[in-house]
Design a protein around this ligand. Sequence first.
Ligand SMILES: Nc1ncnc2c1ncn2[C@@H]1O[C@H](COP(=O)(O)OP(=O)(O)OP(=O)(O)O)[C@@H](O)[C@H]1O
Length: 610
Amino acid sequence: MKLLLKYMKPYRGLAIITVLVLMVDIAGTMLVPTLLANMVNIGVATKNFNYILQNGLAMLGATALASGGALLGSYLSAKLAANVGRDIRNAVYDSSLAFSGSDFERFGTGSMITRTLNDINVIQQSIIMTIQMVLPVPIMCVMGIALATSIDYQMGILLAIVVAVVLVIAAITVANAAPIFTRLQRFIDRMNVVLRENITGVRVIRAFNKEEHENERLDDVFSRYAKAAIKVNWLFAGLDCSAFFLMNIAEVAVLWFGGNRVGAHAMEIGSISAVLEYAMLILFFIMMAQIVALTLPRAKACLDRADEVINLVPEIRDCVRPAHDPLDAKGNLALDAAVVADAAVTADAAVVADAAEPDDDADVVAAFRHVTFRFSDADEDTLHNLNFRCRRGQTTAIIGSTGSGKSTVAKLLLRFHDVTGGAIQFNGADVRGMTRESLRDAIAYVPQKAWLFSGTIADNLRFGNEAATEEQMRHALDVAQSQFVYDLPDGLDSRVAQGGTNFSGGQRQRLSIARALMKRADLYIFDDSFSALDFKTDAALRRALVPETRDAATLIIAQRISTILHADQIIVLKDGEMAGIGTHEELMETCEVYRAIAESQMKGGDGNGR
Ligand SMILES: Nc1ncnc2c1ncn2[C@@H]1O[C@H](COP(=O)(O)OP(=O)(O)OP(=O)(O)O)[C@@H](O)[C@H]1O
């Protein structure tokens, strides 16, 4: 609720106007029965045509007021809900941008989509319905009972009793039925997760002939949802008929007691229709409010789910900027005490002292100092005591068997995760003391999974540099050996499907390399970015990269020896530990793990392509 109030706050003026407009609607609606009663009781009884005409015109005015109020009220409440919904959606999305990989895993992609789209739609609808259907109820009850009392006090008491009984029944129903709606939201989440997995993995499902198995899995999820939805519909059906039953009982009660009062000359005939109309109006609104109130726990669950995302403290944060310690020229923040203390928990004193000292060698762009890392959900360290430096103008390569921790090194450099021991320095500063923006600005990264965004090739290249000229784009494409783009009918404006699925694996890799080259960086990271290229293209691309990355450090993660043969230093990773470091020749002499990889690839005919 706090979240809703926070996001409603900027629109409190609009909210107040909306409620006032709806009150005009209610006032207009409630006036009509009294005017009608007067018309019958006085105008018709005394055959006073002028009185009838006057009341008729007044009824017309009241109806116009009510209709205008309803129309404007609907528009304003929809506007309010849309604004609040947009702001909450933006807040959820903005928060998710700061998430680390582990933060994302906590929710899962499917749930993040449900939270951002479906949940916020539910919140929006609830805002509209609450304003239009729930808020008028107390006003209507008070006005209706007051007007009925002004006509005949006994009828007022009768109406008050009927309303009280119906309100109690409505409250009990809502309290008992609310959990079903909360469960319904969880089922939607689950459907989203399973459906997403099925749609993205459809080729694998077909290739393994697992359609039937997946059908059963989906059927199970859909059936659970359907079961809950049927329960909800039963509930609504029950509510509907009990509400109409109660309305009919109320009608009978009003006619019975009203008839007696008219018979006793205590009330006039026209007043019965007015009281009857008040009873029907109030009961109808209570019925509608009851239906809306049933959905409110679901909206509350959606709000809580949005709140969880918005208020999650990300695993990776920028340091709180100390007032006395401004950003330096590179946009770095001084390493704050908390971060140093944090590092001290997991690394010994010598390492922390070492890490706190800036690297004295100006050529060093990135330095790993006794780095250890463990994923938050893992039982063991993924990386142990890594010590190496990436120097400007040099290529550092990392090779190792699958799962040895190569990509994790890249992720730590980009601060997708923070080290759990030791420190990583970038341009002499501990990365935990830098803002993520300034750090990532200085790194060009080609991820292992080449992902392209829907749009055009030019749009994707501009992701690396918004102001890129066509000449710059062509240059990057040439370096990345992506001349195939020029053969496409639309060239740079060729359409890219989501994820880049309308290009081959090798083409996607080359385009994502070109995207990374669009920006000038201090460190270029290529995470297994040449794996889908043939040896000739791989060699040509690496040759073309040399002048591009001359003033920067380059980190190449690879499985193929041929890709890293000429690196200035090669780090061999085995189970997260450095099994060796040196040039190809040195490692062939000294590192058994490297020799084994090299020999296995040479035998397989892999090792000689350059
Ligand atoms: N988010 C995660 N949570 C827990 N463990 C993870 C996570 N991501 C990776 N790991 C584990 O960390 C280890 C290293 O993974 P990493 O992706 O760095 O390996 P890699 O050497 O790049 O492998 P490959 O060559 O197959 O890409 C693996 O054992 C993997 O299971």
